[in-house]
Design a protein around this ligand. Structure first.
Ligand code: PHE
Length: 428
């Protein structure tokens, strides 16, 4: 298991069943989702969900009217703070760390596989449940389908939680492709997790004469090619590093692997990948082929490559952040422009059956936005009546300015009020 980058919760949460979902391990579940461990019902919203200000979104070359996207559906659990991120496409900015990293990966594929990979970076992030889950064989009871983990626009439509959502459709038309895009996951809050982040997916298919000529079995051939390609990519980005392959599980690949690199004294998980399940190829009309696929999280890598200490910075429009990347190249090291102190506030409450940490974090973010740095469970006990109390410590810190006591007290006051009314918990 790789160790953490910034803190011990980077890859997996020690205190819960859940694997931290910004990690690629999200799909690495063998155990079916159990209804006792997460809530399957949407966050109860007292207020009707209001669409954000933009009247139309232009995505994937198609102009979508707001009314086409937003349906006043009771299953909708997308808050305004998330909806406003749609269409921002950080990965298309050449002077932003996410865009720079995308371009560096493109460079690797262009120079090693000239004209081979078709590139997609403006596919609409609003996809069907079928595209996001069914098409890539995610089991019906898989945890990632729950309302606790995924943003649903309505019961059949989600904000894609991975770029794998496009695999099946693209496979019908293309043999080799890269898909970059923003992906959305309900999650807890800390310096390396944000409910919107970016992934790049790669898929490549092979024909019988290729593995025949190599004298290998189809799966072996694809796995070997995959590992060679991705080791080369890791060297392109990180230089001469020590690497290791770790077996894992994804519903859409078999065998499945993670690539880890030894970076700054830690094993860092770089990506998830594997040999595409034959069923996916078959449904895309490619039953005589074999394929590999990978998915990598761009923020994770960019934080390491550019020394960016907090994931919220990617969304900052502060010139002191944006101006540092004008050269548009890898190799830039971010110089923190401020270190305003965090301010901690604790709150305790008796939880109810439907309480989840993701729902709590959504409420906190709804009030404090990017001023919240971390929400951490610091105490948990059950009394003799069977009532369970949680105490959470909220760290408030602005990346851009210092916050006054009054501002923080007001935020905390609003958080308390909203946590009580939206989550129906009893404050202590
Ligand atoms: N979609 C996976 C994730 O987000 C990553 C992945 C992509 C794994 C392709 C294997 C193949 O966790």
């Amino acid at each position: 298991m790789a160790t953490s980058l910034a803190n011990t919760t980077f890859f997996s949460k020690t205190c819960s069943l859940f694997i931290h979902t910004n990690s690629l391990k999200r799909f690495a579940f063998r155990v079916p989702f159990s209804s006792t461990s997460t809530s399957t019902s949407p966050l109860p919203l007292k207020k009707k969900w209001r669409p954000p200000a933009a009247s139309a979104l232009e995505l994937g070359g198609v102009k979508m009217a707001k009314d086409d996207i937003v349906r006043d559906d009771p299953t909708n659990n997308v808050p305004d703070t998330i909806f406003t991120k749609l269409g921002m496409q950080l990965h298309k900015r050449n002077q932003h760390p996410i865009g720079i990293l995308k371009n560096a990966i493109y460079e690797y594929f262009d120079s090693n596989y000239p004209n081979k990979f078709n590139k997609f970076d403006d596919l609409c992030p609003i996809v069907s449940v079928k595209q996001n889950f069914d098409d890539v064989l995610v089991p019906a009871d898989h945890v990632s389908r729950s309302y606790n983990d995924t943003y649903y626009v309505d019961s059949q439509t989600v904000l894609r939680c991975h770029t794998s959502a496009h695999q099946a459709e693209l496979l019908k038309e293309h043999n080799h492709f890269l898909v970059t895009g923003d992906v959305y996951r309900r999650d807890s809050i800390d310096s390396t997790h944000y409910p919107v982040f970016h992934q790049m997916e790669g898929v490549s298919i092979f024909y019988p004469d290729e593995w025949g000529a190599a004298g290998l079995d189809a799966t072996e051939y694809a796995a070997k090619d995959l590992k060679r390609c991705l080791e080369g990519l890791a060297r392109h980005l990180f230089g001469a590093v020590e690497m290791r392959w770790v077996d894992t599980y994804f519903p859409f690949t078999n065998p499945s692997y993670e690539l880890e690199i030894f970076f700054k004294e830690n094993w860092l998980e770089v990506l998830g990948c594997g040999v595409t399940e034959q069923e996916i190829l078959k449904r895309s009309g490619k039953s005589n082929n074999v394929a590999w696929a990978f998915g990598l999280g761009l923020e994770r890598l960019a934080m390491v490559l550019f020394d960016i200490p907090d994931i919220r910075l990617f969304w900052s429009s502060d010139e002191r952040f944006t101006s540092q990347f004008l050269q548009g190249q890898l190799g830039i090291k971010f110089k923190p422009f401020s270190k305003y102190p965090p301010c901690y506030k604790d709150m305790s409450f008796w939880i109810n059956e439907s309480f989840t940490e993701n729902n709590l974090c959504e409420v906190v973010r709804g009030v404090a936005g990017d001023l919240v740095e971390e929400v951490r469970l610091i105490d948990n006990f059950t009394n003799e009546k069977g009532m369970t109390s949680h105490c959470y410590r909220i760290a408030y810190r602005s990346m851009e300015c210092s916050l006054t006591d009054e501002e923080i007290n007001e935020l905390q006051w609003n958080v308390r009020e909203q946590v009580q009314s939206k989550l129906n918990v009893v404050l202590r």
